[in-house]
Write a protein that binds this ligand. Sequence first.
Ligand code: GLY
Length: 441
Amino acid sequence: MKSLIVGHGGREAALGSRMAQSSALYAFMGHNNPTLTDLANETGGKIAIGNVCDGKAITDFALVNEIDIVLVSSDDPLASGVVDNLIHAGVKVVGPTKAGAEIEWNKAFSRKVVSEISPQSNPSYSFVTGISELDTALSEIGADGYVVVKPLGLTGGKGVKVVGPHLKDITEARSYAASLLDESDNAGVIIEERIEYPEFTIQAMTDGKTVIFPPATYDYPYRFENDEGPGTGGMGSCSQKNGLFPFLAKDVYEKACEITYDAIQYLATHNRHFSGCMNAGFFATEAGPKVIEFNSRFGDPEAMNIMSLFDGDLIETLMSIDEKKLSDKSIRFFDKSSMVIYLVAPEYALGISSSPREFSIDLDSIKSSNVEVFFSSSERQSTGLYKTIGTSRAVAFVVAEDSLEEARNKLEKTIGFTFQGDLEWRKDIGLFFGGSAKPNP
Ligand code: GLY
């Protein structure tokens, strides 16, 4: 059996590690991710470095290597229609087509879906397509002095801005929204009410029909402790043994699952092919869940939580998704608390560029433990020595334990004795559950 993963982040490294348990792993990636390269070498697979949005190159690589199943779980390739290319060539693939992934890459479409399946779960919002509509939207939605401004398309967690943490007031919100409307590729902007409740995400796995709901996950999108600083793609994430959180009641989680299920069925009935993972983000409000957004793929870092809990054969699961035979008996999750801590370049998300940072990790010393290390934006220099690529998330440490406290202690200890370098990480992962307005990645 030969499998192919497209992408090069910590998420792909974690998904690839599970695929490599029962197949030869091939990887098509933008840079030489050390985790994926090692897995390909160990399992008799192969890597290719190229543009992960180039559907033709990826399809050619899959055909030449006679790949049995491909997984695409990264926003840009999905929005570029990589899955469409693969399907067209007759390659088995898990992931939505461009039309299915629109639920992520077009926030106006996503709001429309929610307004049809569960209107009460949308925040108050206005889809603004021109500057002449902006003042009315801001005065209606922002009557309390607060709004959220969202670009329509993909921004890697850094485009959503909230009055309070990012924008001083409605006047600054107006300037930001107007600048987005000025950008030629932005056909509009979303103005939403600010909601101040804790967030959670659900990584729903689906073949487009059957949907499996893993434990809820909690992402840390702010750059610094106590949710200070700018938005990021996610500094870490956790899940709790009972699948819920101190702030998340079972009925709110179940309602959120119902909304996610309905969104997937909506896409199916509108002939938008969707398979893989729907990463659905919600605010846990007293009046029930409010949808933040839908992502048409696993979250990064949340995929690493789910893979640390996944108890099964991921290749078998991917094949059953492709064959539309997913069953709730085919996926089980360990009853544990999981945690991911990302180590990032100090300049990450601060709008400052820097030259590559060198760091070392002694992987041998943790081989016998249950901690896993997944590289992201970094490459190997020599044994144990790595360097960052760009100013991004470099490497993730992941574990599943009996409690969040044990998981955090284990990760902190492991990072302490294996890692050397000047990367940074949030020290409050698993300790802090914010309830204030956040940038929605
Ligand atoms: N962690 C947020 C995302 O994957 O978009």
